[in-house]
Design a protein around this ligand. Structure first.
Ligand code: DLL
Length: 430
């Protein structure tokens, strides 16, 4: 049995637009009727439900921010009675109150379908053995991946995250062929595989990684270490969990499940749409969601969109790889710096390992950036000159790529904390 309708993914842009318009009208009406905070927001924008007749009217709608969801904590934004809510998740929220997300049976069905599409896009089938090493719990990665694996009929292992030794044991004993986990945990698993000398015995062929930004160079590293082909998957709890978009075999952007989620890219300052291909803030409108309506939700993530046809045959628009979030962007003496840019530099310098922490401080009213980075195996503090030369080289590369002065501090191999979930790359002391 197939869980989803493949025709949705290949319909023409005109057909898709008609479907989106119809669904958008319904979603706005539902939010108006069933969710008091949305009704208030729409009224404050001077809108009546009948004013929204299709996707062309999208810009008329007010943006929703994370604070709107926080203000309604925990259930204030739900549009169905709790007797209809079958699952709760919560976003990891590093600052302030977390946001709670509810799902009806219908919402869970759509999520499973979206995840099934993602796994299929990456090439997984019912014959695969899928090891889910995202965290299970309030975080959406574990259960989201899990039901996607089962939906395509694959053998799905709820490994959850952590206990790296046991993960390797499962690779070997269960013959896992597909791995789902964060890219930083995939790197860590790769190190453990190398240390255990078992790469030749692995059956892994596909890695599906997301939940945090990662660079193309990081992709190469993971592929090398684990001997698989990696795909980027994106999502966020408020919208769904993992499965909002994913790369296909072309790996040229992440196809957004546009029959459920309308994508816009806005200028971070003016909040006006930017042309396709220009980076801006990623905004989603959920047109089929029942429990938690979301209209023009500003994710604060930064990326581009490409609506041109893809060689894989899917007509859904593709998001570019995320460069970061507006709230993760560091401004160092006026220069915008994303951790992923630093990562890109580090991965290009021989002798630097891809484990790092950016420490930002303010000294005499001036911002300072220190990059603590691990030395690759084979480097030792005993060779003072060699280590100093490496620090100078990294500082020079960062200056030429980012235009910012950084103090580089080499750290011993293995000394920077490894991540089993989302990696923490910034320590901002300002
Ligand atoms: O991270 C859902 C998820 C789980 C996605 C597993 C992919 C795989 P949240 O915890 O709510 O949900 O965090 C959402 O994580 O707004 C982005 O900033 C970031 N993020 C998610 N996927 C990617 C990705 C899950 N592929 C936030 N690349 C989002 C870069 C990502 N950043």
């Amino acid at each position: 049995m197939t869980y989803w309708n493949r025709a949705m993914e290949t319909m023409s842009r005109d057909e898709l637009s008609a479907l989106q318009s119809e669904r958008l009208t319904g979603a706005v009406n539902r939010a108006w009727e069933r969710c008091a905070p949305y009704r208030a927001k729409l009224e404050a924008a001077g809108l009546q439900p009948g004013d929204i007749r299709g996707t062309d009217d999208l810009p008329k709608l007010p943006l929703t921010l994370k604070d709107d969801l926080r203000d309604g904590y925990p259930y204030g934004m739900f549009a169905v009675p709790m007797s209809e809510v079958v699952r709760l998740h919560a976003s990891s929220g590093t600052t302030g109150k977390q946001t709670v997300v509810g799902y009806t049976k219908g919402d869970i069905g759509i999520w499973n379908e979206c995840m099934a599409r993602c796994l299929t896009m990456a090439g997984a089938t019912k014959d695969d053995i899928v090891q889910i090493a995202y965290g299970y719990g309030l975080f959406t990665g574990g259960l989201g991946g899990h039901y996607g694996g089962e939906a395509i009929g694959a053998t799905t292992i709820p490994a959850s995250t952590g206990n790296t030794k046991r993960q390797l044991q499962m690779f070997l004993d269960f013959g896992s062929t597909v791995l789902l986990c964060t890219p930083s945990y995939a790197m860590h698993l790769g190190d453990a595989v190398r240390d255990a000398g078992i790469k030749d015995r692995l059956k892994l062929r596909i890695g599906i990684h997301g939940a945090e930004p990662w660079t193309e160079k990081m992709r190469d590293e993971i592929e090398e270490r684990l001997g698989l082909r990696c795909y980027d998957i994106f999502g966020l709890s408020e919208v769904l969990g993992p499965g909002v978009s994913c790369e296909c075999a072309e790996r040229n952007g992440l196809h957004v499940m546009e029959d459920h989620f309308l994508i816009e890219i806005l200028d971070p300052e003016t909040k006006q749409p930017v042309p396709d291909g220009t980076p801006g803030e990623l905004v989603f409108t959920c047109v089929t969601k029942e429990a938690l309506p979301l209209i023009r939700y500003n994710t604060r993530d930064i990326c581009t969109v490409d609506r041109r046809p893809c060689a894989c045959g899917r007509s859904f628009a593709r998001m570019g790889k995320l460069t970061g979030r507006t709230d993760d962007m560091l401004i160092i003496r006026g220069v915008n710096v994303f951790p992923s840019q630093v990562e890109n530099v580090l991965l290009g310098v021989e002798g630097a390992a891809p484990y790092y922490l950016l420490v930002v401080d303010r000294v005499n009213n001036l911002d300072t950036l220190e990059v603590r980075v691990e030395m690759a195996d084979g480097f030792s503090f005993d060779e003072v000159r060699r280590v100093e030369a490496l620090e100078r080289r990294i500082a020079k590369e960062i200056m030429s790529a980012l235009g910012v002065t950084a103090k580089i501090t080499m750290a011993a191999p293995g000394s920077i904390e490894r991540s089993e979930g989302k990696a923490k790359r910034i320590l901002d002391k300002r």
